[in-house]
Ligand binder design. Structure first.
Ligand SMILES: [Zn+2]
Length: 164
């Protein structure tokens, strides 16, 4: 999953788009599927990479995954209504986004099968590999008891396109 900051050439409106890969972005752009949520312009390009954490209510991500494609158990995130976002905060989140992308670059999304898959790998029933997905607090606690580490990710992860 890649987050691109996008910008429209007509009004210089910045907004955020989520894509499965750079190729996804290129395809959606080539097919004219991207448009500016502010003015509707189809003249969209990538802006300098930085998450738009101070998003206002009238700006929507360009390519949000459909709701039924998201994991059912989503962790509630602490949020603040403070509108003026310090630059340091934006930079920090930007770094966090990159760190998490790097962490997950060679990791397989396994959705809510995380606990089972982690167990298989731990006990040698499956090939050793890096995986990420969703797990309940109980599952994480059970894994910890069995000596299997599950690192909470700093940012929410949207599942890649379902393959069915
Ligand atoms: Zn615009």
């Amino acid at each position: 999953m890649i987050i691109f900051d996008l910008i429209c050439a007509d009004g210089e409106h910045r907004f955020e788009g989520w894509f499965g890969s750079s190729k996804d972005y290129a395809e959606q752009q080539a097919r004219g599927l991207l448009d500016c949520p502010v003015c509707g312009s189809k003249n969209i390009a990538k802006a300098v990479m930085a998450p738009n954490v101070g998003r206002k209510g009238n700006q929507q991500p360009a390519a949000v995954r459909p709701a039924d494609d998201q994991p059912e158990s989503r962790t509630a995130l602490p949020v603040s209504s403070k509108v003026a976002v310090p630059v340091e905060y934006q930079e920090m989140i930007g770094k966090l986004v990159k760190v998490q992308e790097t962490m997950l670059a060679n990791s397989e999304w396994v959705g809510d099968e995380f606990a089972d898959r982690a167990r298989d790998i731990h006990y040698g029933d499956a090939e050793e590999k890096s995986i990420h997905g969703t797990a309940s607090q109980e599952e994480v606690a059970d894994l910890a008891e069995e000596g299997i580490a599950a690192l909470p990710l700093p940012l929410p992860v949207l599942p890649p396109k379902s393959k069915n």
